[in-house]
Design a protein around this ligand. Structure first.
Ligand code: ADP
Ligand code: ZN
Length: 722
């Protein structure tokens, strides 16, 4: 037997199928989609069996595979095909696409020390008559007899050596059963009766054709309830579902709602799980023990069969795009590919859909569904924009308007959410005397101050140093921590309202496992009055007592030099505003800004998503940005800046020649030019419909593939161009 194997080494040079003989004793175990161990040059590598070329004969010129890694298929036919499509659309290696689909436990190198946990049981072997037992052996036998089947850990106060003797003599049989580490709490919940608007949306999806739907529903319009109803419908048909959320550990409330309704039919895949737990969840899905998968980006590859629906919540979130490593795929595209295979609908939901999605809906590529009203029948909260240029009226970081409203809510015993917008914002240290700032020695970036460890760290390469009292440049003790952290705001609030109970939620306070969820529970139980935090307080939270939302600084995300900064700002502000007034009481929102007239801030006031969309689209058209043009970013990087630059120029010239109808910009320094002593240039291509482009870029990648001085990364539809 001869099989084709793709080895697990992500290198463009060897990213193809190599043939191996299969020894006779392994032939009956051979299946497409399992992993095998093969000799490769001087190495032994794991790889995927991609095809069986010849069932009968062997080829004496070929080497033989060494062993089989999995007895069961880890990549089924659908996923194997999907990987090939992904490879073509991202121009990364095929092996990187397959690796992106699997949990760490099933990857070569990393997976070997991630274990399956077992429970050990004992029972009496009824085929053997038991004789001559000493006291301690008899104690064990009696215990087992009494219960029939006993868990190893329930056998307390017994002698281990007696137990071993009993097993050796064959009196006791040892059994192993896999033990999943993740526990589920199910609840008896009363299903909500859907509103007419909600029912209408559900019916359109389940009775409609298997299209991609864009569900544009304002905050609090009951989208989550709609998702669950659609999933329930497919569950009753015996079908499975995938729900993607931007970052699942930040959306415990949503996951809980799913758990409460569907119990252990849910498998959750998220970053807060250990690798072992993730592997457990993957096996539950693979074995069809779980039929609803909820997770972040990579959950789109869940090995479900017979998918009934794929739902992507907060469709506009950039977390669905993998941008930091290959393959640079977007989970939304993968969802649509999988839906074609399974012939099922995709539902993209958002209160602030991405411009691309709305544009596609307008063209009829996506079907638009709307939930224009809140479930509680109330209107959206009243939003006030506060001009922080008028500093007279403010106290520290707070405007008097916001302070007065906080006071009012504290008196009424209602709750408050305060957002510190940290996007594109770093906490850096500077000298007030000479203006010196601490920079990373290997990267072109200022170091970020970490109060807990009193260190300065580079967020790109991990470099760190201790903070000194004196400025290393001028020697003055004039260092100051610019950057407003949540901690500073908390202190200021405490000074103004000493008896208020403030819960601070940021990267520092939620780093311990389970902390985030615990905090949300405490806030929900009204153990705190004010929830103060970074972006993580903006999304998905549903607290009925919150009637005031304050944004301390709306502008930081606006200042990022990225074409999506307005869109991201509008969306963030609308999302956080949507946390206010979700139940009986009316909500209010205050947004503090230095740019009160900027449309991305101003239009939040009237919840005017359509107005924002139109304004932003006119700018995108003028500047030739998405959705009018597609973007592709080519990153060219290496240690020798001048060599890289020369080669970048060559690439640019070749692109100009080969794709003359597209706009080719650059090469230019990427916004962080040097990371870990690697220099980076960007070439940006703006194109409309270029069939040639993939082929041209593939040739360029091919040309450099053996050149170790230069690295070419291609990113189609990048989430950010910096
Ligand atoms: P969204 O996801 O659109 O922000 P949610 O699904 O979180 O909205 O719904 C907002 C609130 O309204 C939640 O507390 C939810 O439990 C409640 N809700 C949703 N649908 C209904 C309904 N049909 N009847 C009563 N309450 C509902
Ligand atoms: Zn660095």
């Amino acid at each position: 037997m001869v099989v084709g194997v793709l080895v697990e080494l992500s290198n463009k040079n060897i990213d193809r199928v190599f043939e191996y003989n299969v020894p006779d004793d392994l032939a009956s175990l051979m299946k497409v989609g399992i992993r095998v161990l093969v000799p490769f040059g001087k190495m032994e590598l794991e790889g995927f069996v991609l095809d069986i070329k010849n069932h009968k004969d062997t080829d004496k010129d070929l080497k033989s595979i060494i062993s089989i890694v999995d007895s069961e298929v880890v990549l089924n036919e659908e996923l194997l095909e999907l990987g090939k499509l992904m490879q073509k659309s991202t121009l990364s290696t095929l092996i990187s696409c397959y690796q992106a689909m699997l949990p760490k436990a099933l990857k070569a190198k990393n997976g070997s020390n991630i274990n399956i946990k077992y429970d050990i049981f004992y029972k009496i072997n009824t085929n053997i008559t038991i004789d001559k037992l000493n006291d301690s052996q008899k104690k064990i036998i009696d215990l087992v007899k009494e219960k029939g089947l006993v868990l190893r850990k329930d056998l307390i106060d017994i002698s281990i050596s007696s137990l071993n003797t009993l097993i050796k003599k064959g009196y006791l049989i040892e059994e192993k059963k896999e033990h999943y580490r993740v526990l589920y709490k199910e609840k008896d919940i009363i299903k909500k009766k859907l509103t007419d608007d909600q029912l209408n949306v559900v019916n359109k999806v389940i009775n409609g054709s298997n299209d991609t739907y864009l569900l544009y529903g304002v905050t609090g319009s009951g989208k989550t309830e709609v998702y669950m109803e659609i999933i329930d419908y497919y569950l009753n048909l015996g079908k499975t579902s995938i729900v993607l959320v931007p970052e699942i550990s930040l959306t415990p409330q949503m996951v809980n709602r799913f758990r409460e309704r569907f119990g252990d039919k849910i498998a959750a895949l998220h970053s807060a799980l250990s690798d072992g737990e993730k592997y457990d969840e993957w096996r539950r899905i693979y074995r069809k023990e779980a039929s609803i998968v909820i997770g972040a980006r990579s959950a789109i590859f869940a090995p479900l069969i017979d998918i009934g629906v794929i739902i992507i919540d907060e469709e506009h979130s950039d977390s669905y795009k993998q941008s930091d490593s290959n393959p640079r795929y977007n989970a939304k595209d993968i969802a649509i590919l999988r839906s074609k295979y399974h012939n099922c609908p995709v539902v993209l939901g958002s209160a602030t859909p991405s411009l691309e999605a709305i544009a596609r809906a307008q063209k009829g590529v996506f079907k638009l569904l709307e939930l224009p009203k809140r479930v509680n029948g109330k209107s959206l909260p009243k939003v006030s924009i506060i001009d922080m240029n008028e500093r007279k009226k403010s106290k520290g970081y707070f405007s008097l308007e916001l302070l007065n409203s906080i006071k009012d809510r504290l008196e009424k015993q209602e709750q408050i959410i305060l957002l510190l917008n940290r996007r594109g914002y770093s906490n850096f240290v500077t000298c007030k005397n000479c203006g010196f700032t601490f920079k990373c020695p290997k990267c072109d970036i200022t170091l970020t101050y970490h109060k807990s460890s009193n260190t300065l760290r580079c967020h790109y390469c991990g470099y760190g140093e201790k903070v000194f009292k004196k400025c290393p440049e001028c020697g003055e003790e004039a260092l100051s921590n610019l950057g407003v952290g949540t901690q500073r705001i908390e202190e200021e609030l405490k000074n103004i309202y000493p008896s208020s109970r403030i819960l601070r939620m940021d990267y520092d306070t939620t780093s311990r496992k389970g902390m985030h969820e615990e905090m949300i529970d405490k806030f929900k139980n009204h153990e705190y009055d004010i929830l103060l935090g970074t972006q993580m307080v903006a999304k998905g939270l549903d607290f009925s007592l919150v009637t005031l939302v304050g944004v301390i600084n709306a502008d930081t995300s606006l200042n990022i030099p990225d074409f999506r900064s307005s869109e991201n700002t509008f969306s963030l502000l609308s999302q956080v505003a949507g946390r206010s007034g979700r139940s009986e009481k009316n909500g209010e929102v205050f947004i503090q800004t230095f740019n009160p007239d900027h449309y991305a801030i101003n239009l939040v006031k009237t919840h005017n998503y359509i107005g924002f969309y139109e304004k932003e689209m006119s700018i995108r058209r003028m500047l030739k940005y998405p959705p009018y043009y597609y973007l592709c970013n080519i990153r060219i990087s290496g240690k020798d800046a001048s060599y890289i630059y020369e080669e970048s120029l060559k690439i640019k010239r070749s692109l100009d020649r080969n794709i003359p109808n597209d706009i080719v910009l650059g090469p230019s320094n990427s916004s962080i030019f040097r990371i870990n002593d690697i220099f980076r240039y960007n070439i940006i291509i703006k194109y409309k419909n270029d069939k040639n482009l993939y082929e041209v870029l593939d040739k360029i990648i091919e040309h450099y593939k053996t050149n170790s001085k230069i690295k070419i990364d291609v990113d189609f539809n990048p989430s950010q161009v910096l």
